[in-house]
Write a protein that binds this ligand. Structure first.
Ligand code: NAD
Length: 498
């Protein structure tokens, strides 16, 4: 029977009955595994009100006490990481090992936020003017909304929530309706860690829930991750409603292979980063830029690795790649195979022919490789978000850089080379937010920040790390003078510092 997945409001599962629900699938079997609440505007109000009620108490909770809750939450996450990974696999489809990797990166973000007492230190200038001290403090925004995509149902919420609450905000999370259960599991762990009721709430649903958060007068900030058109919409709607917004969008990540690269390393990287999580990663490599004369040899090595990839149910130990998240998404991704052929690309490996170790009704598509892809083709221009790797051949380092810099996305990129000078030039010249040198998925560690350029990010601050603390706090500067005998009487001039 399909499980009910309800909102989580004020420290517990919401007891009401949702007017609308959505189906959640097990992507490996195609069966409906759950029914998730879809919030109506009144439920948005309930979740935001719970967060607003919790805010005054939480913002005045000491840094030491907030950090203790986060330490306890971190311990609970570690103790329950296998269960959380299994929940991710059951609704997303990615293989268990990959889901465990996602949870591991989520834990990194919690560990960063545990250091909040040290991280929120302000500045202090004694005697900035005669007997006047100036200091800066960072204060929380209030109620903030976090809206997350389907592809990292545990990690992306935990990019934001730990920093948001560490800084003293209260949160309403709107996870993806495609794999909503991880959010409730996380909410339960927070409650067990001693987080006061209402500090973290989960509101499930679709556009109605998102629009409710974007226009709600009590919500002060929005962190969004998803596709570029929705990210742009969220940024424009949220900011025009007076909110601080960071909206991370889609990607088309290029991996450049120079002729001097270690081709086995490059082929391993292209296959791992192209087909890991069935290509449903915003940092997946979707374009390999093969600089002459490396193309033929690289493609042979990539093909031989693709041929032996085990595609099957993510719960099976030996599966390397799982299904796509829904049938609709699988069909959309598959439509690009015909589009690529029609546009004149060479279908070097057709994922429809790959052997699948799973039930026929699962949302399967095997790994696909296109060669001779040109920038005017839709398989190059669109974010396909599936196991489809495109190879663009080019004649020089310069034309590889020009190709990437002309692409409207700028999330991640990588260069494979043994030439340190070329790598250094690449990291300087490339217009992309996250760069890997012989590293295919350069997701920054938790104490740096994550974010792309161009159409991959709307807003000024990146996610998590130091940028996260900036996003979730407002700075206040206090200029203070305590009375002493030198008090000089009325002065209508502009305050001078001397
Ligand atoms: P999506 O844009 O469809 O959905 C993201 C969120 O927005 C979900 O919570 C969804 O319910 C909501 N939403 C969907 N349509 C909406 C609408 N019309 N109005 C308001 N809200 C709406 O994205 P997805 O398919 O869940 O996730 C995949 C996308 O996310 C890819 O484009 C991927 O590149 C991107 N992504 C980006 C990053 C990054 O850091 N830049 C990370 C992960 C995923």
């Amino acid at each position: 029977m399909a499980a009910r997945i309800s909102h989580w409001i004020d420290g517990k599962p919401w007891a009401g009955v949702a007017a609308r629900t959505g189906e959640v699938y097990d992507p490996a079997t195609g069966a409906v595994s759950g029914l998730v609440d879809f919030a109506a505007p009144s439920e948005v109000d309930e979740a935001v009100s719970a967060a607003a009620r919790a805010f005054p108490g939480w913002r005045d909770t000491s840094l030491a006490a907030r950090s203790k809750v986060l330490f306890r939450f971190r311990e609970l996450l570690v103790a329950n990481k296998d269960e959380l990974a299994a929940i991710v696999t059951a609704e997303h489809g990615k293989v268990l090992d990959d889901a465990a990797g996602e949870v591991g990166r989520a834990i990194e973000n919690v560990e960063f936020a545990c250091g909040v007492p040290a991280l929120l230190k302000g500045g202090f200038s004694e005697n900035a003017s005669t007997k006047v001290d100036v200091y800066s403090i960072r204060q929380p925004l209030g109620v903030v909304g976090v809206i997350s995509p389907f592809n990292f149902p545990a990690m992306v919420p935990l990019w934001f929530v730990p920093n948001a609450i560490a800084c003293g905000n209260t949160v309403v999370l709107k996870p993806s309706e495609k794999d909503p259960s991880a959010a409730n599991f996380i909410a339960d762990l927070f409650a067990r860690a001693g987080l006061p009721d209402g500090v973290f709430n989960v509101l499930h649903g679709d556009k109605v829930a998102v629009d409710g958060l974007l226009t709600h007068p009590t919500v002060r900030g929005i962190s969004f991750v998803g596709s570029t058109p929705i990210a742009k919409y969220v940024y424009e709607t949220g900011t025009s409603n007076g909110k601080r917004v960071q909206a991370l969008g889609g990607a088309k990540n290029h991996m450049v292979v120079l002729p001097d690269a270690d081709l086995d390393l490059a082929a391993d990287a292209a296959v791992s980063a192209g087909f890991g999580s069935a290509g449903e990663r915003c940092m997946a490599v979707s374009v390999v830029v093969a600089v002459d004369p490396v193309g033929d040899e690289l493609i042979e090595r990539v093909k031989s690795r693709m041929a032996v990839l085990k595609v099957g149910d993510g719960r099976e130990k030996d599966s390397e790649m799982g299904p796509l998240v829904t049938a609709a998404h699988r069909d959309k991704v598959t439509s690009y195979l015909d589009a690529g052929v029609a546009a004149g690309a060479t279908l070097a490996v057709d994922g429809r022919d790959h052997e699948i170790a799973g039930p026929a009704d699962g949302f399967w598509l095997g790994p696909t490789l296109f060669d001779n892809v040109r920038p005017d083709m839709s398989i190059y221009q669109d974010e396909i978000f599936g196991p489809v790797l495109a190879v663009v051949r080019t004649d020089s380092y310069e034309s590889a850089v020009e190709l990437i810099n002309n692409n409207p996305y700028g999330n991640g990129t990588a260069i494979f080379t043994n030439d340190g000078g070329a790598a250094r030039r690449f990291q300087n010249e490339i217009e992309v937010g996250m760069v890997g040198v012989n590293v295919p998925i350069p997701v920054p560690v938790g104490y740096y920040s994550f974010g792309g350029w161009k159409n991959s990010l709307f807003g000024d601050t990146h996610a998590y790390g130091p940028d996260g603390l900036h996003f979730y706090t407002r700075t206040k500067v206090v200029t203070s003078r305590w009375l002493d005998p030198s008090h000089g009487g009325v002065n209508l001039g502009f305050p001078r510092n001397d």
